[in-house]
Design a protein around this ligand. Sequence first.
Ligand SMILES: NC(=O)c1ccc[n+]([C@@H]2O[C@H](COP(=O)([O-])OP(=O)(O)OC[C@H]3O[C@@H](n4cnc5c(N)ncnc54)[C@H](OP(=O)(O)O)[C@@H]3O)[C@@H](O)[C@H]2O)c1
Length: 316
Amino acid sequence: MAKQTIVVFGATGKQGGSVVQSLLKDPKTAEKFHVKAVTRDVNKDSAKALASLGAEVVSADLDKPETLAPVIKGAYGVFLVTNFLEKLNAAPEIVQGKAAADVCKAEGVQHLVWSSLLNITELTKGKLSNVHHFDSKAEVEQYIRDLGIPATFFLAGYFMSNLPGMSIRDFGGGNWGLGLPTPADAPIPLFDAEHDTGKFVKGIFLNRDKLLGERVYGATDYYTPAQIIDEFKQVYPKVADRTAYNELPGDMYKGFLAGAGLPESFQTEMLENHQLFSVAGYFGGADLKGSHAIVEEPLTTWKQYIQDHPAFAEAK
Ligand SMILES: NC(=O)c1ccc[n+]([C@@H]2O[C@H](COP(=O)([O-])OP(=O)(O)OC[C@H]3O[C@@H](n4cnc5c(N)ncnc54)[C@H](OP(=O)(O)O)[C@@H]3O)[C@@H](O)[C@H]2O)c1
């Protein structure tokens, strides 16, 4: 039987890269699916690495809608992710997502997996109205639903990669810690995007009929900041007695981001993003059990993720 083609956007990045790896490294899916990996630059090393895995590397640009139909044409499935961080602006992300959705509709794609997030303005009844990169993805989700495209919505948890070096580090004099504008007992759905996105998305493609119209929540588990730092101490006992969690006042947290050259609008957005954990829940309080049920391989735990992490070399 001819293979079904799955087009993977963001293939040189964390989420899409993990999807390509999962689909091609599992003989079951490698046999069933032909994978087209999308990048704007087919000549870069990360694109060539995808080709060596067996992907067909193709060029398209989400900012140039005319480039999308040639890569999506004839596809059975599409994994679609947009990158808010490249422009730090939600508006172009909405334009990109809708343009790709239009092409999926026109080309009769049978299973679109959109990397979505919840609408936080609605979830919090306007209390947190600046988490634009969530609201933008939710707007595209609604657009896909309205178009009637057969789709499943994959919601990525809080990336583990956000923490080492930025939020967890030596704050001076060998005093390690985690500083976030978040209560110590707030639940954070931690997710290893680079290694685990594909485990969920492969499960979605293999369980299409059950999951059309559904949301799948991508996270290993909910961890509190207290637990995150406690497990850090267990993995790095040498610095344990000089390691603590510090709940940061909002202004201080924004000051750190300002010091890194980030604009005020993004400082506010990230502050509200971290307040979300205790205000309404990153996934609105959703349980992860149903999402874990479609995953075949073990998910990366926080302890596994930080073991031997280069950002913690000095803590060894
Ligand atoms: N950090 C978190 O905790 C978190 C949590 C949930 C969701 N997210 C979301 O995750 C998204 C980023 O995903 P990621 O981390 O997997 O990305 P990433 O590792 O930063 O890589 C970005 C990918 O997007 C592709 N891309 C960017 N602009 C493109 C364009 N105009 N046309 C085609 N491809 C384009 C890049 O491809 P080329 O450069 O090769 O063209 C690259 O593969 C963001 O939207 C963010 O909001 C983040």
